[in-house]
Design a protein around this ligand. Structure first.
Ligand code: HEM
Length: 182
């Protein structure tokens, strides 16, 4: 296994793909549900969206905690300096957005007077008291942050595919769950 392929820990890999799948679910759900007319079905979809969103927040905090004790494998020395800097910057931005996007949704719901009850079981505290104007502002914030998140995801996926299919440097394999010989 070349240094290019020094893998992340299994926990980091599982958290990476779990968070990725949950974002790929809750993003289109958010777009779809926002335009629906008021109905019991819309209310249910809003709950599912919030449950997934809060789960992403919890997993992101777990992942940051794990990362602080399990440093990611170093980027290959053969990688151009600007790519190393860009890669680190994108990863830090990702962690920031994995926290602020769900927090903006939670704040928005609190300001709109809708308590978030995680999985329909655990009532979460309202982060702010009811405030119509703040609720509308936070809706815009949640929406804008999500479009930036989408751009970050597209750049991240494009870079990963370029490394795998063009550079063939095995970088994508560092995030693959594979049998370990060592
Ligand atoms: C990473 C997690 C999350 C992602 C990726 C996400 C994504 C989105 C997207 C794409 C929309 C549609 C915005 C638009 O209309 O263009 C949306 C709407 C919404 N989100 Fe989230 N969201 C997340 C977490 C949350 C959380 C944690 C909550 C609340 C606890 C929440 C509450 C809402 C609500 C209430 C709307 C509808 C806003 C409206 O009235 O139009 N979201 N979300």
């Amino acid at each position: 296994m070349s240094t290019n392929e020094t893998p992340y820990t299994r926990v980091a890999i599982v958290l990476h793909w779990l968070i990725a799948v949950l974002i790929f679910c809750t993003f289109p759900l958010g777009l779809y549900m926002s335009d629906l007319p008021l109905s019991p079905a819309r209310v249910k979809l809003f709950s599912y969206h919030k449950w997934i969103g809060i789960t992403i927040l919890a997993l992101a905090i777990l992942r940051l905690g794990w990362r602080s004790f399990h440093r990611p494998p170093p980027l290959p020395a053969t990688m151009p300096r600007w790519q190393q800097v860009a890669s680190h910057a994108l990863h830090y931005l990702f962690y920031l957005f994995l926290l602020v996007v769900p927090l903006s949704g939670w704040l928005m719901s609190s300001a709109k007077g809708f308590q978030t009850v995680w999985l329909g079981i655990l009532p979460l505290p309202d982060l702010v008291s009811k405030d119509k104007a703040l609720g509308e502002l936070l809706t815009e914030v949640h929406e804008s942050l999500n479009w930036i998140l989408l751009v970050l995801v597209c750049v991240h996926v494009a870079a990963a595919l370029k490394h795998h299919f063009i550079d063939r440097d095995g970088l994508l394999l560092r995030m693959a769950l594979r049998k370990r010989t060592v």
